[in-house]
Design a protein around this ligand. Structure first.
Ligand SMILES: Cc1ncc(COP(=O)(O)O)c(C=O)c1O
Length: 475
């Protein structure tokens, strides 16, 4: 017999932005499926092609629920403002297909650090080389002065290019009755409990962003996928804390005078984080005109509403209040407990090592003290190599997966890479997710992170070249 070998450690994964399987809405789906499919011959509406804008009962129950959750000052959410989708990812592609034309739409501005999996969606829709990062800033959420300067420059460039070529400044590929409006710009952001930074933008920032979008004919696509998972930031102030984030961008666009018929903001919602990603049902909320046109995207004209059968199950979950109870009685208590455990471990083990919590969950213009979503975001201690190197060592030597700053660079934008690699750039940040592991796994993962950090700090002090040989893939 050979020498006893140490069993390999099970990998702990604080990178994965997935809900633990036990939190997915299995029972609600099962009940819904039984009720929905028990209708004998009367099931044709749910087993055939769905209306392009989505299952009407879901648009109705969703409108009620969104009204309850967001309490929009401009009035109730109405079904004509909603278009059912197959989730936020697929819907982003559909929005781009219907309302942008890479021959005319000058740039896509992505708030950085960015949700990196959105980049290939933009690239698939023709925007390779046209993606630009816009830095988050510490006060309000986004550096809007930077965005304004970039918009001005892009406008000047676009006009000069048309003059040089002697062509009109208008869409080339997408014209005619199927495309009533092609936007000049897209701004992509996650304004509440952002992925990856945890940032929540202030009301002031949101209002200024909507005004800027109107000024430059930009469409703001707001991934509002974490809005429903919200709790007090501080366990001690549990009872008095205000946990409602500022209004959505789409609500601000609706309530600010001068909203154009198609609007300048679309809320990209999803049931992935509250039912389960496999359900593939989401929604767009936007003006009624935008919703109608989005529902006529080619794939829905041919195939009917996306995720039609699954959307009937989600409707039944909303109607019976099953989903609302699942969120308030299961998801929020469990995620909240994990969040508190994670933050407490970070405070006791990582802060003394020099880590800083960067997640800006507190909107500075309101008495808001909420946390939520799936992620927190840390800056590495001084003297450590980049987060990418730390992540590679953590995975190889400590069986720990963490998401690192280089993942969140806007694809193809050299400026974004440069900003990431500046001394105070986000290449020195990591994103940690509390949605996948239970409390015990989270605590152990932070112990491993503290161990790998201490190990790397010691190697740096000894003058070892630790960057060499430490590599890890971005995806
Ligand atoms: C910001 C953001 N947008 C979109 C998605 C994907 O949403 P969906 O599953 O609805 O496609 C995620 C999932 O991690 C996300 O974090």
């Amino acid at each position: 017999m050979g020498a006893a070998t140490v069993p390999p450690q099970k990998i702990l994964n604080l990178q994965l932005g997935w809900p633990s399987p036990r939190l997915c809405a299995r029972q609600g789906l099962l009940d819904g499926a039984q009720a929905a499919l028990a209708g004998g011959n009367d099931m044709s509406p749910i087993l055939l092609y769905g209306p392009h804008q989505g299952h009407p009962p879901l648009r109705e129950s969703l409108a009620h629920w969104l009204t309850d959750v967001y309490e929009p000052t401009a009035g109730s959410v109405t079904p004509d403002r909603l278009c059912i989708t197959n989730g936020a990812s697929g819907n982003l592609a559909n929005i781009l297909l219907k309302f942008t034309d890479p021959s005319y739409t000058r740039n896509v501005f992505m708030v950085e650090p960015t949700y990196f999996l959105a980049c290939p969606i933009f690239e698939d829709c023709g925007f390779s080389g046209k993606l630009r990062g816009v830095p988050e800033d510490a006060s309000d959420g986004i550096d809007l002065d930077y965005l304004r300067r970039q918009l001005e420059l892009a406008e000047i460039g676009a006009r000069a290019s048309c003059e040089r070529r002697g062509v009109a400044d208008e869409p080339i590929a997408k014209r005619g009755p199927n495309y009533s409006h092609i936007y000049k710009y897209v701004v992509y952001c996650v304004p509440t409990y952002s992925n990856p930074s945890g940032c929540t933008y202030t009301l002031r920032l949101r209002e200024r962003l909507v005004a800027l979008a109107r000024e430059y004919d930009a469409l703001v696509v707001s991934d509002d996928v974490y809005d429903f998972l919200s709790w007090p930031e501080d366990p001690a102030s549990e009872r008095d804390a205000v946990t409602k984030p500022p209004p959505r961008l789409v609500d601000i666009d609706r309530s600010m005078p001068g909203c154009m018929e198609l609007g300048n903001c679309v809320s990209n919602g999803s049931f992935s984080k509250i039912v389960g990603p496999g359900v593939r049902v989401g929604w767009s909320e936007c003006t009624a005109a935008f919703a109608t046109q989005l529902s006529e995207v080619g794939s829905s004209s041919s195939g009917g509403a996306p995720s039609h059968l699954a959307s009937t199950l989600v409707d039944l979950m909303l109607r019976s209040q099953w989903l609302q109870r699942h969120i308030s009685d299961t998801l929020i208590p469990i995620y909240k407990e994990r969040y508190y455990a994670l933050i407490s471990s970070i405070k006791s083990q990582l802060i003394p090592q020099g880590y800083v919590i960067e997640a800006k969950n507190i909107a500075s213009d309101a008495s808001l003290s909420s946390a939520g979503g799936f992620f927190t975001y840390l800056r590495l201690p001084r003297g450590l190599p980049s987060a990418k190197v730390l992540a590679a060592i953590a995975l190889k030597e400590h069986a720990l997966r963490i998401a690192f700053g280089h993942m969140f660079i806007v694809a193809g934008d050299r400026g974004s890479l440069q900003r990431a690699e500046e001394p105070q750039g986000f290449a020195r940040c990591i994103r940690l997710c509390w949605a996948w592991h239970e409390v015990e796994g989270i605590k152990e993962a932070i112990e491993r992170l503290a161990a790998v950090t201490a190990d790397v700090q010691a190697r740096v002090q000894r003058g070892e070249d630790i960057g060499a040989g430490a590599s890890i893939g971005i995806r």
